[in-house]
Write a protein that binds this ligand. Structure first.
Ligand SMILES: Cc1c2[nH]c(c1CCC(=O)O)Cc1[nH]c(c(CCC(=O)O)c1C)Cc1[nH]c(c(CCC(=O)O)c1C)Cc1[nH]c(c(C)c1CCC(=O)O)C2
Length: 341
């Protein structure tokens, strides 16, 4: 069992810096494309045997030190009663566009075991196969709220901010319902065998710090407090979150995810006695090998004084990344971080 990742999360000494990549199971891998050729994305998410297969791919092919459950942050939103569709070549579509108090009241807080049994089954099956730790995950409430309110991805987040500023009571009611759902869902993942849990706050960075503090952070704190009973390391990743870093630390997470826009040495100083995860620009995987290795060395050097460091990209791996480049990065992190006596 390779538990380097879990040790780094807890700030324990490791022989080398562990690495995994956000969105490591996905379209850049021909092996994933082959599975996806025969099935829609949503049907894939609901098929435990195939989820196991694609979760294992990046671990086996690229040598990652952790696996992340193959699923999507929008799965529990569908379980709450908002319809979810994926159309080929487009982002997610949630046609119900929840924007009124009455619509929020119609959403339910689902029993995760009853409505998403395929997720827990995937976790149980994976634990029998894996030789590296398994990360479970969910979207953070604010990011989930943007998809529910906008009905999909957005450029301006007009409807989200309109609800937040003009009907704050409705917005908070929606956030409370998503948070309760997320906590129960992550507790179920922990019971099924997840060994660490990550909250993805992909859109936190569109908020002013004062709004993040008022409308988003309290819900993250509530979830993380509720997860303490699991004893599992909790990772909080706020994308575009350099300006929110001090607030992110107050989330209570054990590991603070960093995007690539911040210097990791500066982040380490601000984060203090918590592990950090990051933060190579996903597009830097396109660099020639020598330059890529220098970039990786720079991040390892910057994180030298970190309480713990898990190497990762600063956001998800891009779908057109050559897998060979990801493999070079994994090899470089392992080699360059190897502690020589
Ligand atoms: C915002 C978000 C979503 N999903 C997720 C986030 C947070 C992380 C981030 O900010 O990137 C999280 C996610 N989505 C997926 C995973 C699987 C685990 C992993 O390998 O990291 C994880 C952890 C698979 C996926 N989720 C999705 C794919 C592609 C689906 C396909 O095969 O066509 C995968 C592999 C679909 C998805 N799902 C979502 C979007 C916006 C899209 C479309 C992306 C696009 O079209 O480029 C919502």
């Amino acid at each position: 069992m390779n538990d380097t990742f879990l040790k780094a999360c807890r700030g324990e000494k490791t022989d080398y810096t562990p690495i995994w990549m956000m969105r490591q199971a996905g379209r850049y891998l021909p092996e994933y494309q082959k599975v996806r050729g025969n099935i829609s994305f949503l049907d894939l998410c609901k098929n435990p045997e195939l989820c196991v297969e694609v979760t294992l791919q990046p671990v086996g092919i690229l040598g990652m030190d952790a696996a992340i459950l193959f699923s999507d942050i929008l799965i529990p939103i569908e379980a709450m009663g908002a319809r979810l569709e994926f159309h080929e070549g487009q982002g997610p579509l949630l046609p119900d566009r929840i924007r009124t108090g009455a619509a929020v009241d119609r959403l339910v807080v689902p029993d995760p075991e009853a409505t998403m049994p395929f997720v827990m089954e995937t976790i149980r099956l994976l634990r029998r196969e894996l030789k590296v730790p398994l990360i479970g995950f969910a979207g953070a409430p604010f990011t989930c709220a943007t998809y529910i309110i906008e009905g999909g991805s957005s450029k301006t987040f007009w409807e989200t901010k309109k609800l937040m500023y003009t009907q704050p009571e409705v917005f908070h009611r929606l956030m409370a319902k998503i948070s309760r759902t997320t906590l129960l869902y992550l507790l179920a993942q922990a019971r099924a065998g997840a060994q660490a849990l990550q909250l993805f706050d992909s859109w936190a960075g569109i908020l002013a710090p004062c709004d993040f503090e008022r409308f988003a952070l309290p819900y993250v704190q509530e979830i993380i407090a509720g997860l303490q009973q699991t004893g599992l390391p909790i990772i909080y990743f706020a994308n575009n979150g350099a300006t929110l870093l001090d607030l992110s630390v107050s989330s209570g997470a054990d590991v603070i995810g960093l995007d690539w826009r911040i210097n990791i040495g500066e982040a380490v100083r601000r984060v203090g006695r918590r592990a950090v995860q990051g933060n190579l620009d996903p597009f830097a995987l396109l660099l020639p090998k020598d330059e890529l290795r220098r970039r990786i060395q720079g991040i390892l050097d910057g994180a030298q004084e970190a309480f713990g460091h898990i190497f990762n990209l600063g956001h998800g791996i891009h779908q057109f990344t050559p897998p060979e480049q990801a493999r070079i990065a994994v090899e470089a992190v392992h080699e360059l971080s190897c502690r020589r006596p």
